[in-house]
Design a protein around this ligand. Structure first.
Ligand code: PHB
Length: 529
């Protein structure tokens, strides 16, 4: 086998090529089902939605749990923030979010309206950024959501460049799916209302005008105006920027008259950024895969589907400066045998998650359908809560996460997540409680996070008998954004025991929370709560 070996040309969508990896197809089906359901499904619901046998669902879920992509909560499988590393690989390779998100955010601030960036995904559009300012009762979309092109403002701008094959695929889909059931992010299309009709004419107009409108094609009240952002090399549409509003503030005509000029100015700045940005610096490929899968196989035996774990790792070989990879690149980055990497790529091409061009492969926007939309709206409190629970279950002591309240003097902290132990502790800590920062370990860890040993103790200061130890949780830039503590009773542990027994567990949990936060916040804003 050489790197130049061509992959089989596209096969019928329902018939996987002979070399496709069946467990990888099933694993992707499970991830997509969980994503569509909002992030959580019971094993029996997964069975129903994927058509897989219960034993298969269980083995796939166990493997995804081992990879840190789902966690098991009772009978439910729940997507975890770590799964966002798959979508992050696509977004980093695409590079548009890193370069253009700040312009979209600034425009949203300037206009006090939502601004989004979308790319073409076959005959749909998929969001790669959302700067959301939506107050009205309209739906609001998430990164990774897929919309039918004909019911949006960006759609006609992409369709302006479609060839006949794309138009016939679009017509076939419209006929086969009259209610837009294949687009769960949008309200159903009501047949007979004419929504999405006249799309060819809208595409012609968009080509001539260089902008397009959505006048309540998704739902009553929702209006948008869009402008294409062109790639400096070649001039094709790289993505489309939209300003989204509500008819209570702007009619569609009004959007065009008042907001389109400012959108155009922002898009011109985006195009300058694309032209002038230095070439991407390739990030490191994933590390240590081969040893990890072998160890997992040893530990979990037949519950660990190694071909699924290996196959998913192929997606993480892509990233910033690593957008077009040869088979050799993928094998080197992942440590997989070439034959294994090749079969995974064939499988992904079949599933529409990878495209091949000559000898190189690239991720498609569809990779965002593997977990991104539900998780792109997560909060620090939400991602930390299961970690706090696990910590409390191990130590049998209550744990809490808190942030500094902005603008308080003297500074105050506020609890954003708590896990209570079954033991009765004197203090009653609930989410939302505020306390003086200086008198709590949490506050001290936040106010002086760089103390030599990196932790803070509070000894019976808030309440007699209450002892606690805290460590900071830092964002991607290293700034402390929250603190995590464990509390105990003075009669139960000495101060020294707090350090020797509690601190290592506390640090391990803080590291997990921090890692999740860094993955989740790479391309989205993760608010405290
Ligand atoms: C959005 O960003 O939510 C959006 C953009 C364009 C549309 C509709 C919604 O046509």
């Amino acid at each position: 086998m050489t790197a130049a070996t061509p992959l089989p040309s596209s096969t019928a969508p329902h018939e996987p090529p002979a070399e496709a990896v069946a467990p990888l197809i099933r694993g992707v089906a499970v991830l997509e089902a969980l994503t569509e359901a909002g992030g959580t499904l019971s094993a029996s619901a997964l069975e129903r939605r994927t058509g897989l046998a219960r034993s298969t669902v269980d083995r796939i879920t166990a493997t995804l749990a081992r990879m840190g992509y789902v966690r098991q909560a009772g009978r439910d499988a729940v997507l975890t923030p770590h799964v966002m590393e798959l979508g992050n690989a696509y977004l980093a390779a695409l590079r548009l979010p890193a370069l253009l998100d700040p312009y979209a955010d600034a425009l949203a601030d300037e206009l006090d309206e939502s601004v989004s960036l979308a790319v073409a995904d076959r005959d749909g559009i998929r969001f790669i950024h959302q700067a959301t300012r939506r107050r009205a009762m309209s739906v609001s979309f998430r990164i990774g959501d897929l919309l039918p092109a004909e019911r949006t403002a960006p759609g006609p701008l992409f369709a302006a460049d479609w060839a006949e094959t794309e138009w016939s695929a679009w017509r076939a889909r419209r006929a086969a799916d009259p209610s837009d059931a294949g687009f769960p992010a949008v309200p159903p299309r009501v047949p007979g209302t004419g929504v999405g009709d006249g799309f060819e004419a809208r595409a012609d107009r968009a080509r001539a005008d260089g902008w397009a409108l959505d006048d309540q094609l998704i739902e009553p009240g929702l209006v948008a105006v869009s402008v294409p952002v062109r790639d400096p090399a070649g001039g094709r549409v790289a993505c489309v920027a939209s300003v989204v509003s509500h008819t209570s503030r702007h009619t569609a005509a009004d959007l065009r008259a008042t907001l389109l000029p400012r959108l155009r100015t922002a898009v011109a700045a985006m195009e300058t950024e694309l032209r002038e940005a230095p070439p991407p610096y390739p990030g490191p490929p994933p590390a240590g895969l081969a040893g990890w899968t072998t160890a997992s196989k040893h530990e979990l035996g037949r519950d660990f589907v190694e071909s699924l774990a290996r196959g998913l790792t192929v997606l993480t070989a892509f990233g910033e400066g690593r957008s077009a990879l040869t088979l050799t690149d993928v094998a080197q980055a992942t440590g997989l045998a070439r034959a294994t990497a090749r079969r995974a790529l064939i499988t992904y091409e079949h599933l529409g998650l990878v495209t091949a061009e000559g000898r190189t492969f690239a991720l498609t926007p569809r990779v965002l359908s593997l977990g991104y939309p539900p998780l792109s709206r997560t909060t620090l409190a939400r991602l930390a809560t299961p970690r706090l629970r696990a910590l409390t279950d191990r130590l049998h002591e209550p744990a809490a996460l808190a942030v500094l309240v902005p603008g308080t003097d003297p500074p105050e902290i506020q609890y954003i997540a708590v896990a209570t132990a079954s033991r009765v502790l004197t203090v009653d800590i609930t989410v939302g409680t505020r306390l003086p920062a200086a008198r709590t370990s949490l506050g001290r860890a936040l106010l002086a996070p760089d103390e030599p040993r990196g932790y803070a103790l509070a000894d019976e200061e808030l309440e007699s008998g209450l002892r606690s130890i805290a460590v900071p949780v830092r964002d991607r830039t290293g700034r402390p954004v929250a603190a995590l503590n464990v509390a105990t009773h003075a009669a139960r542990r000495t101060l020294e025991e707090c350090v020797t027994e509690l601190l290592p567990e506390l640090r391990a949990t803080a590291t997990h929370i921090q890692t999740d936060l860094h993955t989740a916040s790479r391309f989205t804003r993760v608010p405290p709560s």
